[in-house]
Design a protein around this ligand. Structure first.
Ligand SMILES: CC(C)(COP(=O)(O)OP(=O)(O)OC[C@H]1O[C@@H](n2cnc3c(N)ncnc32)[C@H](O)[C@@H]1OP(=O)(O)O)[C@@H](O)C(=O)NCCC(=O)NCCS
Length: 141
């Protein structure tokens, strides 16, 4: 991901997540040197994105999304496999939080080898109420 991608990435995130990041949040991660990736088709159409930040010796996967039209075609697996490869280079684990009701994402992470750590009750706050966060961890072999 480069700065010129941010408005499209933020637009996609706004279409597919209940509490989307602002463009400024993506710019900030880029300026911090976080691991920000986009997934595009052969024509340059944006299909997905991921942002992960290395905090000392742990990767934190901060956001990940795939466009509705490209779901279940292995896009998220590709982005995650890329981050896992990166994490394995120095043996760093990956942590993430996911909404308890987000079964597609929870299934994806479980399939990719992430393990349950604990539940943070009421972590996500929406106008309609709160939702628990599930914390997951990937430990490189
Ligand atoms: C979660 C998300 C990233 C998955 O993207 P995707 O490209 O469709 O996922 P993949 O095609 O790589 O799927 C990989 C595996 O994840 C699981 N999975 C993905 N979508 C699923 C669904 N709707 N139901 C059940 N399992 C699902 C499956 O195990 C799947 O493997 P399979 O297709 O061989 O059965 C996508 O649904 C999304 O962008 N959701 C909105 C944003 C979001 O929730 N991000 C995660 C924040 S923590």
């Amino acid at each position: 991901m480069i700065q010129a991608d941010v408005s499209q990435v933020a637009q996609l995130e706004a279409e597919i997540t209940p509490s989307p990041w602002t463009p400024g949040m993506f710019y900030e991660e880029l300026s911090l040197g976080s691991y920000c990736r986009t997934l595009e088709d052969a024509f340059g159409t944006l299909l997905g994105y991921s942002v992960a930040r290395l905090l000392v010796d742990e990767w934190h996967l901060l956001t990940l999304g795939i466009s509705l039209a490209y779901r279940r075609q292995g896009g998220a697996k590709l982005l995650l496999a890329d981050l896992i490869q990166r994490a394995k280079e120095k043996g760093h684990p990956i942590l993430l939080e996911v909404r308890a009701s987000n079964l597609p994402a929870r299934t994806l992470y479980q399939d990719m080898g992430f393990h349950f750590l604990y539940t943070r009750q009421g972590y996500y706050r929406f106008e309609s109420g709160t939702e628990d966060a599930i914390l997951l961890r990937y430990a490189p072999a």
